[in-house]
Design a protein around this ligand. Structure first.
Ligand code: SAH
Length: 516
């Protein structure tokens, strides 16, 4: 078979050092149309959210065999999937061709006649440079960088590394996979005359909220590592460049650096908030709170949409972005379009809901200013809906306040369930174990329903931590805060603005008050 280079089936993709923002645009594009993602163990699983929900995802760890024996299985899976006409993304940490065996996989594909593309990634040394602010090159003291494997030791058969040349190298040494063999590496460099006072460091999880580094003179690096309790994997940096870093790199000065925050939304909805927290330096965990589904019975929604088309309702009121998407998706599924909304006036509970309408080129006639709650929406709507017929698009559960307040002035108010919320807390989730061990400090609660689902999954150990203030609950609004207290839990903070951004700001304020 002759590979058609214009339509590659396999993409050898660099995932970068960890932070999803460091994925390339091209990587996100090809992940977005993958049928299969075969990923390395060190690649954060969150990156798999860039793949379609229908894609199959396989971790190399789960293929048969121990390390070297795995390779034929990897090659076979790539080739067979591509030959079945499917698109495969082979996702590797950092760059696929820097200690990633990407070259060998490309060769196997070439031999099999499978067309491929290679997407580079930010390699660990480059990420460590940026996130620890170590200038890998500098015109005064580092005119070269060497990417070195710490795997090939002098006593290893077939060793191709020339430690004598590396000791004399006029620049920065970035040694990958070397932490476990640090004493031998240091001994080799010193044996060939490297100055024992050369500045050196070990960087762990560069670009993650947990990033850590330890520095010392080369001769003392192993001792410094041991004292700091740093273990493999990490990147060893040796050279004058290491001396020229600021006392605190920019990333470590971020307001949530190293803080452990729980986001309680299913991953396909959590993306924006998780990214914001990560940019602020946080270590983010996720726990699905509630899932959004099509209503079990679509009959009432379909009837309501017909009534809207026929002019039966004056106002259509949305209390969430989910509601907007549910209604417009259903309209589309019924083979109809925006014209059916005709002259109905639209209200949105807050800016996120109004933004969701804007995605369909619809403008909300009313969006309350200030507080984004049922109370705020009721107050904003009352002057508009006297004698009018008002339809509230809502979830299968929620508060009754809006209907009651509007019913006092409107000619008719009805609620229609446009989506179902289903509790989706997995009681066996690893993050609950992390909470039991005290590894999560802030829990964000973006709605009362989510709070109920999440707090319902807490056991006595977690409850004790919350009560003692070791785990802090942050509520999106006083209403949610009140519901949390009614469940017997203390609330550490409430957002000033009742949006996800407001929630993130509340965590930042709390973290500042908590001190380091
Ligand atoms: N292809 C990868 C390297 C794979 S070898 C790349 O281009 O980065 C694995 C080694 O990479 C680890 O032992 C460690 O030395 C280094 N590494 C990968 N990600 C890292 C990170 N975020 N911080 C520090 N070192 C990292």
């Amino acid at each position: 078979m002759n590979p058609d280079p214009a339509t590659p089936r396999v993409f050898l993709v660099g995932a970068g050092p960890g932070s999803p923002g460091l994925l390339t645009l091209r990587a996100a594009e090809v992940l977005g149309r993958a049928d299969l993602v075969l990923y390395d163990q060190l690649v954060p699983e969150r990156l798999l959210d860039f793949a379609p929900p229908t894609a199959r995802t396989v971790c190399v760890r789960d293929l048969p065999g121990q390390h070297p024996e795995k390779y034929p299985h990897i090659h076979q899976l790539l080739i067979e999937t591509a030959q079945a006409g499917k698109t495969v993304v082979r996702l590797k940490g950092g760059d696929p061709l820097v200690f990633g065996r990407g070259g060998e996989e490309a060769e196997a594909l070439r031999t099999a006649g499978v067309a491929y593309e290679i997407v580079p990634g930010v390699t660990a040394a480059v990420a460590a440079g940026a996130y620890l602010e170590i200038p890998l090159t500098h015109r005064n003291y580092a005119s070269a960088v060497a990417l070195v494997t710490g795997h090939e030791l002098p006593n290893k058969p077939g060793n191709r590394l020339d430690w004598k040349a590396l000791a004399a190298f006029p620049g920065t040494l970035a040694i990958y996979m070397g932490v476990a063999r640090l004493p031998v590496i240091v001994a080799e460099l010193l044996r060939y005359g490297k100055d024992p006072d050369t500045p050196a460091g070990i960087v762990e999880r560069a670009s993650w909220g947990e990033q850590r580094a330890v520095y010392s003179r080369l001769a003392d690096l192993e001792e410094a590592r041991r004292n700091a309790g740093l273990e493999a994997p990490g990147l060893i940096l040796v050279g004058e460049a290491v001396r020229h870093r600021p006392p605190r790199p920019w990333f470590e000065g971020r307001p949530l650096f190293g803080r452990r925050v729980l986001v309680t939304r299913p991953s396909h909805q959590a993306g924006g908030m998780v990214r914001k927290l990560e940019h602020l330096g946080a270590v983010v965990s996720q726990l699905g709170g509630v899932e959004i589904r099509e209503p079990a019975d679509l009959g009432p929604l379909d009837r309501a949409l017909e009534e809207v088309r026929d002019g039966g309702w004056d106002w259509l009121v949305f209390t969430s972005a989910n509601g907007v998407h549910a209604v417009l998706r259903r309209l589309d599924a019924l083979g109809r379009d925006l014209r059916d909304l005709g002259r109905v006036r639209l209200a949105a509970i807050g800016p996120k809901t109004a933004d969701a309408l804007r995605e369909y080129r619809l403008r909300a006639d009313v969006v309350p200013a200030g507080t984004f709650s049922s109370e705020g929406l009721a107050a904003a709507l009352v002057p508009h809906v006297r004698g009018a017929r008002v339809l509230l698009a809502r979830a299968n559960r929620g508060r009754d306040l809006l209907r009651k307040e509007l019913a006092a002035v409107a000619a008719a108010v009805e609620q229609v369930t446009v989506y179902d919320q289903v509790d989706a807390v997995d009681a066996s989730a690893a993050v609950l174990d992390a909470m039991r061990r005290g590894e999560i400090r802030y829990v964000t609660l973006p709605s009362s329903n989510i709070a109920r689902a999440v707090l319902g999954a807490f056991d006595e150990t977690i409850r004790g931590r919350v009560v003692r203030g070791e785990v802090k609950l942050v509520a999106i609004s006083p209403v949610t805060g009140g519901d949390v207290r009614a469940m017997g839990y203390p609330v550490a903070a409430e957002a000033d603005v009742f949006t996800e951004d407001g929630l993130v700001e509340a965590v930042v304020r709390l973290a500042a008050a908590d001190g380091p």
